[in-house]
Write a protein that binds this ligand. Structure first.
Ligand SMILES: [Zn+2]
Length: 226
């Protein structure tokens, strides 16, 4: 199993490996470091890096927001836009989405759970077909695409061709979702973040830079459920 990392050459004297907020691995190396040495260093740290990129470390977790209170007048982020929540006295449904979220008062207690399930269902419904379409466009095949519940990254791919997408990605605008999909699919062609890799992604998603910017600014959404 190959670990994907990015090398940044700096004026520093020693090699340093960091795990970024999005769980990508970055090697800071002195100018002119032999790539073979970098590869061996990564190899030696492999266990530590896997542990770190798979399970968010305690010290990297943000202080948990004190269980966000969902009440009328508050909003939920969906496809890059905030929509207001309205609590109504009608019964017999979980959530209605009509340019705002409508939930029955009876569900108000468990609304956190209700919204999570709703967003997860939308993630499966909207993200997975886009993976199929983009894979066709890029001419790549994959084993299986799934919506997962990781806290670490928006998307990931495994060497045996499985793709995972975090359900919280459904909170992002479609251009950002398309970028994450293209990013993971492009890794099936090119494992490293090489210029060739970025060319493939950019060809698939014209708004790549805008998407990266959005995800960078809104990355903390990954750690929040709603
Ligand atoms: Zn990548």
């Amino acid at each position: 199993m190959e670990l994907i990392y990015r090398t940044v050459f700096t004026k520093r004297k020693t090699l340093g490996i960091t795990v970024e907020r999005d769980c990508s691995v970055v090697v800071h190396a002195p100018e002119g470091t032999d790539p073979e040495l970098i590869r061996r260093t990564i190899e030696a740290k492999k266990q530590w890096l896997y542990a770190k990129t798979r399970h968010p470390q305690k010290d990297r977790e943000p202080p948990h927001p004190p269980g966000k209170e969902l009440v009328s007048g508050e909003s939920i982020l969906y496809l890059g836009r905030h929509y207001l929540i309205e609590i109504v006295d009608r019964e017999g449904f979980a959530i209605e989405f009509r340019n705002r979220f409508i939930i029955p008062r009876a569900r108000a207690e468990s609304r956190g759970e209700v919204f999570r399930e709703w967003l997860k269902a939308r993630a499966r419904e909207r993200i997975l077909p886009r993976v199929r379409t983009q894979a066709q466009t890029l001419g790549v095949t994959y084993e299986e695409a799934k919506i997962t519940d990781g806290h670490c990254r928006w998307g990931s791919c495994t060497p045996d061709g499985n793709l995972n997408f975090n359900w919280r990605l459904i909170k992002a605008p479609l251009f950002a979702i398309d970028y994450v999909i293209a990013h993971e699919l492009a890794h099936l062609i090119e494992p490293n973040h090489s210029p060739r890799f970025w060319n493939i992604v950019r060809t698939a998603v014209a708004q790549m830079d805008k998407a990266k910017e959005w995800l960078k600014e809104n990355g903390q959404l990954l750690e929040q459920d709603l």
